[in-house]
Design a protein around this ligand. Structure first.
Ligand code: GLA
Length: 726
């Protein structure tokens, strides 16, 4: 049994970790432990002094050492004498704002709970157990049901919360976080993944300080600027040793994660929907479901933690026909043509691609409506016959006749003012009456909280998918959201709009991906602006970044790898000089970097030299052969690109019989020793060949001593070692 309740203590056990909570005599639920298995109740670790200015609950009487302001609360609320960051806040019908959450009951059942309308980790009944702990605020009757999904084998515990109005008057939720996690002390580091458009998920690791540190997005999407995921780790934690806890929010809208180190040096982390853009009217009898947070803990360092997240995301988040299977190698025309194409041009790229054995041609932005640049056309999802003279069907047929599959770009959530859709339904765009809206890339955002808007999008997209042989969809979203106002919501419900937008998006995605399970949906938001576990529930891969420069990509993919498996990382070889940075890198380097993901090309292949075409053909062949190892192997980060002067990573087969080691050395240097790279994950006792050479090495030598990397000439030179057991 992964979940047990004994003597007021809840034990949630996974293969390598223990999560423990206890209910005290006042009915307060304490967090006791998240870390390695101890076979013991950990409540002995908590012994509080009488802290001045930390008040006491009324029923604690003279017990001045008992304070909400110091206890390691499992789920903290505003207004009960706890002055630290809170997970929940509610305003009652009388205008007061306090919650005093006391234990009421619990429930344990086999299987993993689902969340109505929201993506969630799923599992077979035999793979997971659920714990529900019901807390109640007696004054208002509001119930707060904490849900824990324990996936024992993958060392994962999910958390989500249900607010249920069991009182006699409406309540307004002001803050409804998905997780609250207490750490016994604050001597930890935290890691987060910040960035910007074309430079997402840059890893930053800092020591916690007293006070609040936070990451957030108020952009309506999870954002390029901060990924909705963070790691707490002990200060001596490395890739291969030490305790660390990861938290990934399965949500694609505005979010907040805060960590506070309090006056006693204890830490608390909360994470969920951003409260600044949130308010929810909960009528009597109604429920509100928060999104889910995936928690995982490793006692063996960050590498192991990442592998746990890769496993849960790949096996228990991603869905559909492409969940575990090989993805088509694709060619996308965006960087090849931008808006300037016609049928002939697309066919010429496809023809060359088919000769190089590429699987699928993606027609990107510009094929629809009046769309010759980014000023117009969004919302009009009918083919632009001036560019594609014979229509879409004819183009698809011609591409299929080349032996290639066909994929199409959409940006469903957007509308251009210069579009038939906007002219017909100006109120379908988010804008505040009487104010000019904020434009971004000249476009406005459709109100996805409205059913008729979703219906329009469903009809336009499904018609195209039904009438044409489309096997891939790129679902783009190219701006941050502002002007939150829905023409269809009452004033007192406008603050619900950001969350209703996300619910609407998920509903539309669920409907389309459910109806077209054979279509591969790739998520995108100006590259990786909405790269989160929520989107991965619908789209098993996401275009990782609009930055296709191989050098910068190694940093982006490094940060991405802490939570997300390579199968989710859309990655393409593009032209040089690179369109984002102007940097020149060899086609071999571009290929190696793109292969650490779901691989493709994004350039006009006709412009390549014969030699480069030959290289492309070899890369395609190699990726096809190695894809099972890349997808199914355990992923290891072998260097820190920020400090080691190179990026290096490896994929190791589960049976340790082979490994692919890849990387890029950033700068050549004269008169230096060859670099040494220590491998991981091999069988210490086994003997291995490298790149088919005669010499053999033991796994222990390759892991302790490492391999000597080739001497390089020039900058940004890739290397690749294929390690095979003798
Ligand atoms: C976004 C995407 C690109 C491309 C363009 C088209 O920026 O990330 O890959 O599809 O939109 O407008």
């Amino acid at each position: 049994m992964a979940i047990q309740f004994e003597g007021h203590i809840f034990h949630l056990t996974t293969a390598h970790t223990l999560y423990q909570m206890g209910v005290d005599a006042f009915g307060i639920l304490h967090h006791l432990w998240y870390g390695e298995k101890t076979d013991c109740s950990m409540c002995y670790l908590y012994d509080y002094p009488d802290v001045g200015f930390s008040g006491n609950p009324y029923d604690a009487g003279k017990l001045r050492t008992y304070s909400m302001d110091t206890l390691p609360l499992e789920y903290a609320a505003v207004g009960n004498g706890d002055y630290r960051v809170a997970a929940a806040a509610a305003v009652h019908a009388d205008g007061s704002c306090a919650l005093d959450l006391r234990y009421e009951s619990y429930k344990i059942y086999d299987g993993k709970y689902a969340i109505p309308g929201l993506p969630a980790v799923y599992a077979e009944d035999a793979q997971a157990q659920t714990l529900e702990i019901c807390l109640r605020d007696e004054y208002s009757g509001l119930r707060v049901i904490l849900r824990y999904g324990v996936l024992e084998a993958v060392d994962v515990i999910t958390r989500s919360v249900v607010f249920e109005n069991g009182g006699s008057e409406a309540v307004t939720l002001k803050r409804a976080h998905s997780v609250c996690l207490a750490l016994h002390d604050g001597a930890w580091d935290w890691m987060h993944f910040h960035g910007r458009h074309t430079m997402e998920r840059q890893m930053e690791r800092r020591a916690l300080f007293h006070g609040i540190q936070q990451i957030e997005s108020t952009r309506g999407t999870s954002s390029h600027q901060q990924n909705p995921a963070l790691i707490l780790c002990e200060q001596d934690c490395t890739e291969t040793s030490g305790l660390c806890i990861g938290a990934a929010l399965m949500y694609s809208g505005s979010f907040q994660a805060q960590i506070e180190v309090d006056q006693l040096g204890q830490a608390r982390m909360v994470m969920g929907i951003h409260p600044e853009q949130f308010s929810w009217n909960l009528e009597v009898g109604e429920r509100f479901y928060t999104p889910e947070v995936i928690l995982s803990c490793s006692t063996q360092g960050l590498g192991r933690l990442s592998q746990q997240f890769h496993s849960v995301i790949r096996n228990h988040v991603c869905r559909g026909d492409y969940k575990l299977s090989a993805r088509p190698i694709l060619i996308n025309n965006w960087e090849a043509t931008y808006f300037d194409f016609n049928e002939e041009k697309i066919l010429s790229i496809a023809k060359q691609a088919s000769e190089l054995d590429i699987d699928l041609m993606v027609l990107d932005d510009g094929w629809f409506g009046k769309r010759d640049d980014d000023c117009s056309g969004l919302g009009d999802w009918t083919v632009n016959e001036q560019k594609l003279k014979g229509g879409l069907g004819a183009l698809v047929e011609k591409i299929n006749a080349l032996g290639m599959r066909f994929g199409l770009w959409f940006e469903p959530e957007m509308v251009s003012e210069d579009s038939d859709l906007y002219r017909a339904h100006p109120d379908w765009a988010l804008r505040i009456p009487g104010r000019d809206p904020v434009r971004s890339r000249y476009q406005l955002v459709l109100d996805l909280s409205r059913e008729e808007v979703r219906e329009y999008l469903y009809e336009s997209m499904s018609k195209l998918l039904r009438e044409n042989h489309i096997e891939y969809v790129k679902w783009d979203m190219n701006r941050s959201i502002c002007d939150w106002y829905s023409a269809a919501l009452a004033p007192e419900r406008q603050a619900e709009l950001p969350h209703r937008y996300v619910l609407g998006l998920y509903e539309l995605l669920e409907r389309l991906t459910g109806e077209f399970p054979h279509v591969l949906f790739e998520g995108c938001s100006g590259g990786g602006g909405r790269f989160d576990a929520g989107m991965l529930y619908y789209c098993p891969q996401i275009w990782c970044s609009d930055d296709t420069d191989a050098h910068e990509r190694t940093f982006i993919q490094y940060g991405t790898s802490f939570f997300y498996p390579v199968s989710t990382v859309g990655s393409h070889v593009s032209a040089v000089p690179n369109h984002q940075t102007g940097r020149m890198t060899a086609i071999g380097t571009r290929g190696t970097v793109a292969m650490a993901g779901s691989f493709g090309y994004e350039l006009d292949l006709n412009l390549l030299s014969e030699e480069e075409k030959q290289t492309v053909a070899e890369q395609v062949k190699k990726y096809r052969e190695l894809q099972p190892l890349i997808y199914d192997g355990a992923y290891f980060r072998l260097s820190d690109p920020y400090t080691d002067g190179m990026a290096a990573w490896a994929f190791v087969a589960e049976d340790q019989s082979r490994a692919l080691v890849q990387g890029v050395i950033y700068r050549a240097a004269s008169n230096t020793l060859r670099r040494r790279l220590r491998l991981r994950g091999l069988d210490a006792k086994a003997h291995y060949h490298i790149n088919g050479g005669e010499q053999t090495y033991t796994g222990s030598a390759l892991m302790a001593g490492g391999v000597l990397l080739p001497k390089i000439a020039g900058d940004d030179v890739a290397f690749e070692l294929y390690i095979e057991r003798v």
